[in-house]
Design a protein around this ligand. Structure first.
Ligand code: GEM
Ligand code: ZN
Length: 380
């Protein structure tokens, strides 16, 4: 009989083991972020339970950062760390229980399909092989990892460089929202596709500035929402500091140096089972022009991608009430431009559910590729 064991000593590994005596009563606690009180992300490997009915009890699910995130949510599991599927999961308001009879002696469980730091480095390296891409190291994170910017355009296009629109995309300020980097992977794959007509026109009309990962430290540490200094980066855009939020300080300065005509900030949402956007309607500088650009972008996206919708979202922020520490609001106010937070679900898209995988890395990639369509409409 194999001995039961739970491992977390790997990229984004995170769980606390309370009791591991019996496979049918494994008691766990979701761990807080490394230097903050947010608790939601989990990722671990269970060894030694092959062909035994396993019950995972997340005892403190009701105390997590977003407890409503567990209503209708299902844990993802994988044997090969490539294919992730949803497993039977219940939530009673305090305890979340997931059940599986593993078909192997090692099985991984996570809040959402992970995206490792090695995958991030591979994404950068792969993109940088394109002659349309220039990779720029902006500086270091709190723990010394690279903050990397990809500049993408077709210099040999018909549009003079000074007339090209500056389109920014930043992702994973909240490191546990791994769908954000899957989205960027799909976006880059299509944008760098030599045979894709939409990408070809966009590479001519625009210069893209893409930061695929805003929070590498937090991701490796297994944090949901914060960096290694405990900062929620999406609350640092008004006054970032080198000590607490160098990741924002570096990207924000690059934006100020270069300029911004449009920004997309890619996130995941714990509660709403939909893909949606958040605009900048509450900022002082919000105008009918920006409102019209937002509406046209959403109409074009929904018309070309059934996985996007604008019926379910956070609702509107009252005029002048926007929190300017958030990236979307600070960027919109600073540059007078169109800026969206893009939200994908940890659960599934209730409009187009997939019982096997729910919302997934691959579906996030497809959504990332689809955003070229509204960008084409906007850039005309
Ligand atoms: C969100 S953006 C919050 C916007 N809220 C409203 N009501 N407009 C955040 O940072 O909390 C992005 C995210 O984490 O998904
Ligand atoms: Zn987020």
């Amino acid at each position: 009989m194999h001995k039961l064991h739970i491992s977390t000593q790997f990229d984004s590994g995170a769980i606390e083991v309370v009791q591991l005596d019996r496979a049918d009563d494994i008691q766990l606690r979701i761990r807080k972020d490394s230097a903050a009180d947010f608790a939601q992300w989990f990722h671990f490997c269970l060894h030694g339970a092959a062909f035994q009915p396993v019950t995972l009890r997340f005892l403190n699910a009701g105390d997590s950062a977003y407890p409503k995130g567990w209503d209708g949510y299902q844990v993802v599991a994988s044997y090969d760390r490539q294919e992730w599927t949803r497993i039977d999961t219940q939530f009673d308001g305090q305890e979340m229980t997931a059940r599986l009879t593993p078909m192997a002696q090692a099985v991984y469980f996570a809040y959402f399909e992970p995206y490792s730091y090695e995958q991030h480095l591979d994404l950068l390296a792969s993109a940088a092989t394109s002659h349309w891409v220039t990779q720029q190291r902006l500086g270091s994170t709190v723990q010394g990892r690279d903050m990397t910017l990809l500049r993408i355009t077709d210099e040999a296009g018909t549009t003079p460089i000074e007339q090209k629109k500056k389109v920014w995309m930043i992702a994973r300020q909240h490191p546990g929202e791994t769908m954000a980097e899957w989205f960027v992977e799909g976006f880059l794959e299509r944008l760098l596709d030599a045979d894709d007509a939409v990408a070809r026109v966009l590479r001519d009309r625009c210069v893209f500035y893409v930061v695929p990962h805003m929070n590498p430290d937090g991701a490796v540490l297994g944090n949901l929402r914060t960096n290694a200094a405990g900062a929620n980066l999406n609350r640092e855009w008004a006054e970032p500091t080198a000590e607490r939020s160098p990741e924002v300080l570096l990207v924000r300065q690059a934006m100020l140096d270069i300029g911004v005509d449009l920004n997309l900030d890619i996130h995941g949402d714990e509660g709403l089972p939909y893909n949606f956007v958040v605009g900048s309607e509450g900022t002082p500088g919000y105008s009918p022009r920006i409102a019209a650009l937002e509406d046209a972008f959403k109409v074009a996206w929904a018309a070309s991608c059934p996985d996007f919708q604008d019926r379910h979202n956070y609702g509107k922020t009252a005029p002048g009430q926007a929190n300017l520490t958030l990236a979307t609001n600070w960027i919109a106010q600073q540059f007078g431009c169109l800026a969206f937070t893009i939200e994908m679900p940890f659960k599934d898209n209730a409009d187009l559910p997939d019982p096997l995988v729910g919302w997934s890395g691959e579906r996030s990639k497809k959504l990332g590729a689809s955003v070229l369509q509204p960008l084409l409409q906007w850039s005309a």
